[in-house]
Design a protein around this ligand. Structure first.
Ligand code: NDP
Length: 407
């Protein structure tokens, strides 16, 4: 029987825990631990009211490996779902190895002192997980996560090879605030202020942050400006689809967001180097994150839809020449809030976290036929995951386009 221990009590965790408890046949026992126990208790209370299920809660600093090992053993967990921050990935993986349990996360490791998100730190754990017969599944959110599975589904069912890939992430929601981020502000701002990078002809091409822009008409949202950015699934997608000539990631931002971010950057508020303030070391970006609205507080006011998907061009599987397909999901902020009390950015991440966990506990996905190791979503059969997306609140659609993207 599976016993899940979820770490972190933000918006993503809240959605994942609600969805696990709505599927008690797969997840009969869910435990929740985070740095601030009162946030775990608030999630447990909401879960009880909405589903009738009970969730045990604990306080933990996930960077303290021995404390994590004790907690895993105390609750008898079989799988740890890491929905804290990317900084905690490696200590939680260490604790899982020591306690002998499986691992899943939604974002790759990032050192605190450098905005550099790369898989190599976590891929380096492969042999240790394999030797222990344990599975670690990396990046089971929407992007990375669903975007990786979407791409591999196209490659399984529509395209023999992928020549070009564009991932388009649009949050068309309006939260009514002058400036706020839809997931953890510190991680979000580190991501969008980092230089853009895309994959082209076997190498990375770097451009300054937020400089390359295209307009795109998103269904259920409208026309928006999408900016070229680096996103971590480009690394795994280019590794597992080496034939790709080009892979890019685009995210939409409104003019207000860009205006505020530009000012904050210009005055030094997005810096991650410590500065002295009244005799104390503070990190400007962490201070900024502390004064910005909490992502989990935006649910009630956010209206509109997200629309995230992939456009892939390549040689058709049926031998009919080059074809282009667009596969995407549209998610309503209001519907997400109604169901779980969280807005759609948390919902579109928390649901795939639940589904990835379900893939592991039901055995639908077992890395290297159960031998264990560290795996990306691209290495798994997309079909059972895609079925669960349709059944659990993130339905997808696929259509053929007239030709490759013109941008
Ligand atoms: P939040 O900031 O809302 O929540 C993070 C939680 O982790 C908080 O409850 C925080 O505690 C807790 N935490 C932080 N440090 C520690 C620690 N040392 N020990 C224990 N708990 C800790 O973030 P989100 O819910 O928005 O995002 C969660 C994760 O999901 C992030 O890694 C983010 O990058 C990822 N993500 C992935 C996406 C995808 O599509 N793949 C999209 C969006 C997010 P406290 O409450 O005390 O602050």
């Amino acid at each position: 029987m599976s016993k899940i221990l979820v770490i972190g009590a933000g918006g993503v965790s809240s959605v994942a825990v609600h969805k696990m408890c709505m599927n008690a046949d797969i997840f009969p026992e869910v435990h929740l631990a985070s740095r601030t126990k009162s946030k775990c208790d608030a999630i447990a209370q909401s879960v009880k009211t909405r589903t009738g299920q009970s969730v045990e809660t604990y306080e933990i600093d996930a960077e303290e490996v021995p404390a994590m090992v004790n907690l895993i053993k105390k609750v008898g967990a079989t799988l740890v779902v890491n929905l804290a921050l990317p900084y905690q990935d490696l200590p939680i993986m260490d604790a899982c190895l020591e306690a002998g349990v499986h691992y899943l996360d939604t974002a790759n490791y990032e050192p605190k002192d450098e905005a550099k998100f790369e898989y190599h730190w976590q891929w380096a754990y492969h042999d240790r997980f394999k030797e222990a017969g344990l599975m670690a599944l990396l990046g089971s959110g929407f992007d990375p996560g669903v975007t990786s599975v979407f791409t591999m589904w196209l490659k399984k069912h529509k395209l023999k090879t992928i020549r070009t890939l564009d991932i388009l992430d649009c949050n068309g929601g309006d939260h009514g605030q002058a400036f706020a981020t839809n997931f953890n502000p510190e991680i979000n701002i580190r991501e969008v202020t980092a230089p853009a990078r895309h994959w082209e002809n076997g190498d990375w091409v770097e451009t300054p942050a937020m400089q390359v822009m295209t307009e795109f008409d998103f269904e259920a949202v409208g026309t928006r400006n999408a900016y070229l950015m680096y996103h971590e699934e480009l690394e795994s997608l280019s590794k597992f689809n080496p034939e790709m000539e080009r892979a890019r990631f685009w995210m939409t931002f409104g003019d207000e967001y860009i205006k505020h971010l530009t000012v904050l950057q210009n005055v030094g508020m997005t810096g991650i180097e410590p500065i002295k303030y009244q005799g104390q070391d503070i990190i400007p970006l962490q201070f900024l994150a502390a004064v910005l609205p909490k992502p989990e507080s935006l649910g009630e006011t956010t209206k509109g839809n997200t629309n995230i998907g992939c456009i892939a061009t390549g040689e058709a599987l049926d031998g009919s020449g080059e074809k282009t397909f667009y596969i995407n999901n549209i998610c309503s902020h209001e519907a997400a809030y109604e169901e779980t009390g969280n807005q759609a950015v948390s919902y579109t991440t928390g649901v795939p976290a639940m589904i990835g966990t379900a893939m592991m506990v039901t055995g639908a996905w077992s890395g290297a036929n159960g031998e264990g190791g560290v795996f990306n979503m691209e290495e798994m059969d997309p079909d059972p995951f895609m079925d669960m997306l349709n059944e659990h609140g993130l339905p997808w659609q696929v259509k053929e386009l007239d030709g490759p993207v013109g941008f």
